[in-house]
Design a protein around this ligand. Structure first.
Ligand code: TYD
Ligand code: MG
Length: 455
């Protein structure tokens, strides 16, 4: 259909061109023109105009606040991230590296929904129906009544949605879908955006909840990039190392709930299983303490997690490297500067590598103290004491700031058998905690020298 209905729009300035050009004729930027469907052909009628009937204007006070209806998927850890379940007409984007478990989790979810009487549709563009059946056998759900369609053409999928009227439809993956209206290849920004927009429209008008699966590129963005995050209601990302057992599902955006919860799963022989008590899963198992390792208590949603932070400091070349996995690299550079300036520990001729064990990503600044302690420990070649852990944010002036909900963090670590804590002064509990020796500090230099005294 209608290639003449497409044109090219500059992603920088919004300028248009009837043909693809390397350089935008309006602003001169390179490689910014993206194919899109021309709207309305001059009649003033937009393809989405059916959605835009004029709504009455009402005073906020007169609008009844209603809680949205949620359908629990029956997979507790997934419901936790979703804020209770799937919302009718909502669009969920679920991203993650290839092989991390997106298809597995969603097949388990639609099967559970279907068993509970919710009609579902699973559209697969990456695998054949037979492959999906193989997977279902592995998951032990081969008798499932989930409707499966192996299809990549958007218009056909929209027709299926219309005919089957599922309450929940999974599109696996958005990068394999293409619309007839565009000539660009599946997976291109134009196709991904157009398909997502049309499916969103179908969700809003037909009332089905739609789950879009998206692969993440090497740069860490969904191919067909951030545009999708604005279109959809909920964005979930899978985290974790594909080679290890555990996976985290984190909400980045949720129009229907909080975004601070994570779901924790273990990949087993029979699919993903929820881990309801995940606090100890990101600790590696050293029989004796090793240099360059410090346990951090981080808070993910409502649950504390213990994560081992590892550092390796080694003599570098003329321009030493700073690399971090699971932690922010700019923050690492800042912390190294604070360590030098305020505690006199310098790494400027050293390569510094830091890693959060298990592929977990740590965004909270309360990790700072543990990162610096791991670095000092590696530099000195001396391990931290057995049973040691730390948390606390480090400021540019060398001060150590408290972390939210410190008591909970301390209690969780004590429960898991940890015995020595280094924490910000403001987090020190008034009453002692059984089995825990707590050192409270206010300054980086104080923390570093105190730890050296524990050797
Ligand atoms: P998959 O869900 O296909 O990943 P994605 O859709 O995100 O690309 O996950 C595939 C991986 O999970 C694959 O390496 C095999 C593994 N796996 C299990 O370990 N157990 C299982 O029961 C299943 C179905 C997959
Ligand atoms: Mg898949």
């Amino acid at each position: 259909m209608a290639k003449d209905k497409t044109h090219y729009v500059c992603s920088e300035c919004g300028g248009t061109s009837p043909r693809w050009l390397g350089k935008c004729p309006s602003c001169g930027a390179w490689n910014t023109l993206i194919e899109s469907v021309a709207e309305g052909g001059g009649t003033g009628k937009n393809r989405f105009s059916s959605l835009a009937g004029a709504q009455p204007v009402t005073a906020l006070a007169d609008i009844e606040a209603r809680d949205v209806d949620r359908t629990p998927t029956g997979i507790d850890e997934l419901d936790r991230v979703l804020g209770g379940g799937i919302v009718a007409g909502g669009v969920i984007l679920i991203g993650g590296d290839p092989g991390i478990g997106k298809s597995t989790l969603l097949l388990q979810a639609v099967d559970a929904l279907q068993r509970a009487g919710t009609p579902t549709l699973y559209v697969t563009g990456e695998e054949s129906g037979a492959q999906v059946a193989m997977r279902s056998r592995r998951l032990g759900i081969e008798g499932s009544q989930v409707k499966v369609q192996a299809e990549i053409q958007l218009e056909k999928i929209l027709a299926t949605l219309d005919a089957e009227r599922p309450a929940v439809a999974v599109i696996d993956s958005i990068q394999t879908m293409y619309s007839d209206q565009l000539s660009s290849a599946p997976g291109s920004v134009a196709q991904v955006r157009e398909c997502a927009a049309q499916l969103t429209r179908a969700a809003k008008s037909g009332g089905a909840a739609i789950v879009l699966v998206g692969h993440v590129t090497k740069e860490g963005t969904l191919a067909g990039p951030r545009v999708l995050e604005h279109i959809v209601d909920t964005v979930l990302y899978f985290e974790g190392d594909t080679h290890s057992t555990y996976r985290l599902v984190r909400a980045i955006k949720n129009r229907f709930g909080a975004v601070n919860e994570i779901g924790v799963f273990a990949m087993t022989e029979k699919g993903l299983k929820g881990v309801s008590n995940p606090s100890a899963i990101f600790l590696s198992t050293h029989s004796e303490p090793v240099p360059g390792s410090c346990v951090l208590v981080t808070l993910e949603g409502t649950r504390p997690l213990l994560v081992e932070i590892q550092a390796l400091v080694d003599s570098g070349g003329p321009s030493p490297r700073r690399l971090s996995v699971g932690l922010d690299r700019d923050r690492l550079a800042m912390l190294l500067a604070v360590l030098h300036r305020h505690a006199g520990v310098n790494c400027f001729d050293q390569d510094v590598f830091v890693n959060a064990v298990g592929g977990v990503r740590i965004g909270e600044p309360a990790a700072d103290l543990a990162v610096l302690l791991a670095i000092q420990s590696s530099l000195r070649g001396k391990p931290l004491p057995k049973g040691f852990f730390a948390f606390g944010e480090v400021g540019l002036a060398g001060e150590i700031r408290p972390a939210p909900r410190g008591q909970e963090r301390l209690r969780e670590a004590a429960k898991l058998g940890f015995s020595v804590a280094l924490v910000p002064k403001a987090n020190a509990p008034k009453k002692p905690i059984d089995g825990l020796t707590i050192h409270a500090v206010e300054r980086v230099e104080e923390a570093m020298s105190l730890v050296r005294g524990l050797d």
